[in-house]
Design a protein around this ligand. Structure first.
Ligand code: IVH
Length: 670
């Protein structure tokens, strides 16, 4: 039996590595995503049961699960230097002269340049031993960085191990971890949906993501990595491009944009080509790196204290133009937040015509001191989205009128309000303001929420205009006959909507909860609430304290949830959705008991712990037969107390004579 399990773990590990390699390194999918996930889940379950057989670099590491409290500091074997930056053609040509002078009389071979993108991300060093990824380290101060191995392993294009002939026993690969722009936008859409602050730029967010404590959260974000150098002893390469080819052969992710150039004029051509073309790349870049291709020439040129003499970075200036502000308009979002938008005279900027740019909020208008008809400078950095940087006040007419943020909602005329701790002005007419009503319905049908096939934002707009829907519960009263009469709807498309709605009644509770559009309840929070409370009634009846004792639910979210469920219209909507057959409870989690040591005992967990997260402790209690209660009461047997637990809980537990135990004491119980 034990032998069987070990064999199955070995088999699945090997198979999944193979499929991963085929998919990420060779772009071949041999099995469906569904089948892959099924095998991965089987492996995860087996590894949980038989941790002694788990492989060090198991494919399950890709989905994360490791929690790192403090990242270990590691010294780099070779320091991670920086590059000297230049900004002009002249600088590039001068560098070439310096290089040629440096090689004069030492190496008379022709100089070949290797040009590649300067990726705007976070530098990383990957150490491989015997073909296995051993360690991933951040740049840190260049001499030592943080060990972020568990998080790096979730990046699917980083090979966990490589195979092939003549692989050195030890080597190091360096590259740049980055946020693909698509994934970054997705992340911000879900932030906005949850009413959370947006992330400022892909680079800082990539850097923050690499330092998250839960690797499973890192896995969800979708980071990627391009590699650009290979280090080690006695490597079978004579030039940089050979090492890049070798890395490619070993399955590392190499940007296909590199090029060898035989003259500095060709280098300049490469630079000018990418100056605008870079906006078509799937990631932010901020320049071009030029390296001397020959390794022996590199060695002869050597290093200054900070950077190699054999390489240089040409930094792109952010593309910039000036144009005239024609009008500031205001958009009202699903949550009622009002966003000012600058409408400008169309202008060509780095290959695209720009005529609108967000002004974010009132503070941004004040920062720019924006006046009507101002001439503004707009820039496009590495991140595609144009931004107003400043105003050309020399062009402002003396009697120009200052732009004042509107006082009432542009859609429904309600007086706007602004909370002192928020940057946005809000329209509070939740129930009567059309973009808020439509926005809530569009959110409800969204792919990540009810995922209703056959419908999109335009469908919502159309049904709304036809007076068919005012609330998402109205969707489930729609009849085929009502839809078929509308423009653009034929038999098939009308039936698709009806079927899509019908199918959505099977969408699991956590998605339904997310779809309701409660402020601050994004997809992750909804999942946490659904897991913790099992049913909508439990959430509705939960006290503020019970809500805040849910993992990762703070007071702001708890208050918003309480507030939402205190509105009788919302409760009526829930009743209607229940009638329509939507899921408002989870199937209680199926628990596979490991022991019955805690049978009949009840626990409340509070504070933070050394060895395990709260969720892990909850699971340990459940699999050993214990029960979790949502608050301290006379019925409670144990308060499992970590650091920084709430004083009120402690006081209540002491008063009621509830036994208070530490993490260590709890572990001895099981
Ligand atoms: S080579 C000795 N190549 O730029 C320096 N660096 O300013 C070797 N970077 O810390 C670095 N793209 O994070 C190199 N194609 C590229 C790069 C690149 C981005 C970053 C890297 C480094 C910084 C140096």
């Amino acid at each position: 039996m034990l032998e069987d399990s070990k064999n199955r773990i070995d088999f699945l590990t090997q198979k999944l590595h193979y499929f991963n390699n085929q998919y990420y390194q060779n772009s071949i999918s041999e099995i469906s995503d569904y089948e892959f996930d099924r095998l991965l889940l089987e492996l995860q379950n087996l590894e949980k049961e038989f941790p002694q057989f788990k492989h060090e670099n198991s494919p399950t590491e890709r989905v994360g699960g490791t929690i790192t409290k403090d990242f270990k500091t590691v010294k780099h074997k070779f320091p991670m230097l920086s590059l000297s930056n230049t900004y002009s053609k002249e600088d590039i040509f001068e560098w070439e002269t310096r290089v040629k002078k440096g090689l004069l009389g030492i190496d008379n071979q022709p100089v070949i340049f290797f040009c590649e993108q300067k990726f705007d991300g976070v530098a990383i060093s990957l150490i491989y031993e015997n073909g296995k990824l051993k360690q991933a380290i951040t740049r840190g101060d260049g001499t030592q960085g943080d060990d972020i191995t568990a998080n790096a392993k979730t990046i699917k294009t980083i090979p966990l191990h490589i195979s092939g002939e003549n692989i050195p026993a030890w080597f190091e690969v360096r590259g740049e971890v980055f946020f693909p722009l698509k994934n970054f936008e997705k992340l911000n859409v879900s932030q906005a949906d949850a009413g959370e602050a947006l992330y400022a730029n892909p680079r800082n967010t990539a850097s923050g993501t690499l330092k998250l404590q839960h690797s499973s959260e890192v896995a969800k974000r979708g980071l990627d990595c391009f590699l650009y150098s290979l280090l080690g002893e006695n490597l079978p390469v004579l030039s940089h491009h050979e090492s890049i080819e070798l890395l490619k052969k070993w399955g590392f992710n190499i940007s296909p944009t590199y090029k060898n150039c035989s003259s500095i004029e060709q280098v300049w051509e490469y630079i000018t080509y990418w100056e605008t073309k870079r906006f078509e790349l799937p990631l932010a870049t901020d320049g071009i790196v030029i390296k001397i291709d020959s390794i022996s020439q590199q060695e002869n040129l050597g290093y200054t204290a900070k950077s190699p003499r054999w390489a240089i970075a040409y930094k792109f200036k952010a593309a910039s133009e000036s144009t005239v502000l024609e009008q500031v308009t205001y958009q009202v979002g699903r949550t009622g937040a009002v966003t000012p938008v600058a409408n400008m005279k169309p202008v060509l900027l780095a290959g695209t015509t720009v005529k609108r740019a967000t002004l974010h909020n009132e503070d941004e208008i004040l920062r720019l001191d924006l006046h009507e008809n101002d001439t503004v400078f707009i820039e496009k950095g590495g991140e595609i989205i144009p931004k107003i940087i400043s105003v050309d006040i020399t062009k402002r007419k003396p009697n120009a009128i200052k732009i004042n943020f509107i006082k009432t909602c542009p859609e429904c005329d309600t007086l706007l309000v602004r909370n002192p701790e928020e940057a946005a002005w809000f329209c509070t007419n939740e129930k009567g303001c059309p973009p808020q009503i439509k926005g809530r319905m569009a959110h409800f049908i969204h792919r990540k929420a009810m995922n209703i096939d056959g419908m999109g934002e335009e469908t919502i707009e159309q049904f709304y205009n036809a007076n068919l829907i005012r609330n998402y519960a109205d969707l489930y009263d729609l009849k085929y006959e009502q839809i078929i009469g509308l423009e653009r709807f034929a038999q098939k498309s009308a039936q698709n909507v009806i079927d899509g709605l019908k199918n959505s009644t099977q969408v699991p509770f956590e998605k339904v909860l997310f779809a309701l559009g409660i402020k601050f309840v994004g997809a992750t929070v909804a999942e946490k609430l659904a897991k913790h409370f099992y049913s909508v009634e439990n959430i509705q009846n939960a006290t503020l304290e019970q809500l805040t004792s849910t993992p990762e639910i703070g007071e702001r979210i708890a208050l918003s949830v309480k507030n939402w469920f205190s509105d009788t219209d919302n409760l009526k909507t829930i009743e209607r959705l229940k009638q329509a057959g939507l899921q408002f409870k989870t199937d209680e989690k199926e628990i596979i008991l490991e022991s019955s040591k805690l049978e009949g005992l009840t626990f409340v967990i509070s504070g933070t712990f050394e060895q395990f997260s709260r969720e892990e402790l909850q699971e340990k209690i459940a699999v050993n037969g214990g029960k979790i209660l949502s608050g301290v009461s006379g019925k409670l047997n144990f308060l499992l107390a970590g650091e920084n637990m709430g004083p009120s809980k402690l006081e209540k537990a002491t008063k009621l004579g509830v036994k208070i135990i530490s993490e260590a004491e709890f572990l001895t119980m099981i």
